[in-house]
Design a binder for this molecule. Structure first.
Ligand SMILES: NC(=O)c1ccc[n+]([C@@H]2O[C@H](COP(=O)([O-])OP(=O)(O)OC[C@H]3O[C@@H](n4cnc5c(N)ncnc54)[C@H](O)[C@@H]3O)[C@@H](O)[C@H]2O)c1
Length: 437
């Protein structure tokens, strides 16, 4: 395929060489004369393992060239990758001016074309950019999106230092586009790679890179804070983290990665607090660990404020314990919300078959009696009563029994879901609201 690449920095230069190595003919475009000359002399404009050899080899075979002339590049190719920089502004916003400038240039040349042209946003951009680039190109070219041209969001996941290896071995290739024709073109372009191609919504494709990189930053800081604590305690942090990573059930796994309600229970809050206190006692700053509880409280506030915003009086709770299949009420996060709602005079009903007040024992009973001594008055045994009388039903844990119960709810009842429960009539519910979806 004939491909043009706008921006010959790390992403563009690696893309140019690797796409050519996979059999495509590639024209690089950059404002920098020095970078254009480098490519045309068979040299890499960047220092990166293996890319110099690939560019030299592909230059020799005539598969690559570079130019400062964007019109020449667009008119002689069918696909244009946008790989220009997207730096931060001084106040932290994303500066997309280079993206929009290139979009305008590509649009001008598309005006002259009578063949379908695919424009691929490879740079890291926030959701909404695909839409703006589409508008710019439609306006400048006078052509119709998804008919005469199409925009594809296709974020790059490479890391500097291992960029060539990462290009050929990405975790997956992510594609978001409203054009099925463009999706097929993209699949053909990447047919030389073994990793899976995932076609998704445009905004997911746009946000994914930010989510990935933010998580990577969290991993680094988490490991550093744990390392600092280990050092103070005379523990080998590398040995510890190696063992930590061996747990692929709960630690390095999809487990706990579901947006939803606050955590609770008898272990997470207590153990996190203990670790933070060890850090403080050793005069260590652990801002990431310290911030976790604050964020958890913030999630409770979101739920509380949303329930108030419904402006309904009769609220039913499906679930009281912090997770399905247990009667443990210790630090169940919904208790804080129930306590506040009761204080405001709401009319509450709570159903949780695992929580029979008369049968609660030991520390569990002591905890609830201290927290909300009169809670037994609001616990009911009949879920039908809750379904019939509640204006809002809050789904607190994912007990499978709740699926059948919710299928009985009138379509107009507000269902506020904290756990993304999969019940049959979910799509028919007129007032279904997820806490974080
Ligand atoms: N560097 C990385 O490791 C990496 C990895 C993945 C994604 N990204 C993202 O990819 C994008 C590019 O990153 P980079 O590190 O390659 O940037 P870079 O700054 O190294 O290169 C950008 C290039 O774009 C050129 N350019 C700017 N305006 C232009 C225009 N109007 N026409 C043609 N060329 C133009 C610049 O001259 C420069 O050579 C960014 O959004 C970045 O966040 C970077």
């Amino acid at each position: 395929m004939n491909i043009s690449i706008f921006g010959l920095g790390y992403v563009g230069s690696v893309g140019l060489g690797c796409l050519a190595k996979n059999g495509h003919r590639v024209i690089g475009v950059d404002l920098s004369e020095a970078k254009v000359n480098a490519i045309n002399n068979g040299e890499s404009p960047i220092v990166e393992k293996d890319i110099d050899k690939i560019i030299a080899e592909q230059h020799k075979t005539g598969n690559i060239e570079a130019t400062q002339d964007s019109r020449y590049a667009v008119l002689n190719t069918d696909v244009s990758f946008i790989c220009v920089g997207t730096p931060s502004t001084p106040n932290g916003h994303l500066n997309l001016s280079a993206i929009f400038k290139v979009a305008g240039e590509i649009g001008k040349s598309i005006k002259e074309k009578n063949r379908f042209h695919t424009v691929v946003i490879r740079s890291t951009v926030l959701p909404g950019t695909n839409e703006t680039v589409t508008k710019i190109i439609e306006e400048v070219s006078g052509k119709e999106s998804d008919k005469d041209f199409a925009i594809v969001s296709n974020p790059e996941f490479l890391r500097e230092g291992t960029a060539v290896h990462d290009y050929f071995n990405p975790p997956y290739t992510l594609i978001g586009s409203s054009s099925t024709k463009a999706v097929e073109i993209m699949k053909e372009i990447y047919s030389g790679l073994e990793s899976p191609v995932i076609v998704t919504e445009i905004k997911i494709a746009e946000l994914m890179k930010y989510v990935n990189n933010s998580f990577h930053a969290v991993k680094i800081i988490f490991a550093n804070e744990i390392g600092n604590i280990c050092k103070k305690l005379g523990i080998d942090s590398h040995k510890l983290m190696e063992i930590f990573c061996l747990d692929t059930k709960l630690n390095i796994s999809p487990y706990y990665f579901k947006p939803g309600f606050a955590y609770g229970g008898s272990c997470l809050p207590k153990d996190l607090k203990a670790l933070c206190t060890v850090a403080h006692d050793n005069y260590l700053d652990s801002p990431l660990l310290d911030s976790i509880d604050k964020s958890n409280e913030g999630q409770k506030k979101i739920v509380h404020d949303q329930i108030l915003a419904f402006k309904k009086d009769k609220i039913g709770f499906l679930g009281l314990s912090f997770k399905a299949g247990t009667d443990d009420l210790r630090n169940s996060p919904i208790l804080d919300i129930i306590e506040r709602l009761l204080g405001k005079g709401f009319n509450l009903k709570i159903y949780d078959r695992n929580v029979r007040f008369s049968q609660l024992m030991g520390a569990n009973r002591e905890y609830i009696l201290k927290k909300i001594p009169y809670i037994s008055k609001f616990l009911i045994d009949d879920p039908d009563d809750l379904i019939r009388s509640s204006e809002v039903i809050v789904v607190v844990n994912n007990s499978s029994e709740f699926k059948d119960i919710l299928n009985q709810a009138p379509a107009s009842t507000i269902i506020y879901d904290l756990v993304n429960l999969d019940f049959k009539k979910k799509s028919e519910a007129e007032n279904y609201i997820g806490v974080a979806w």
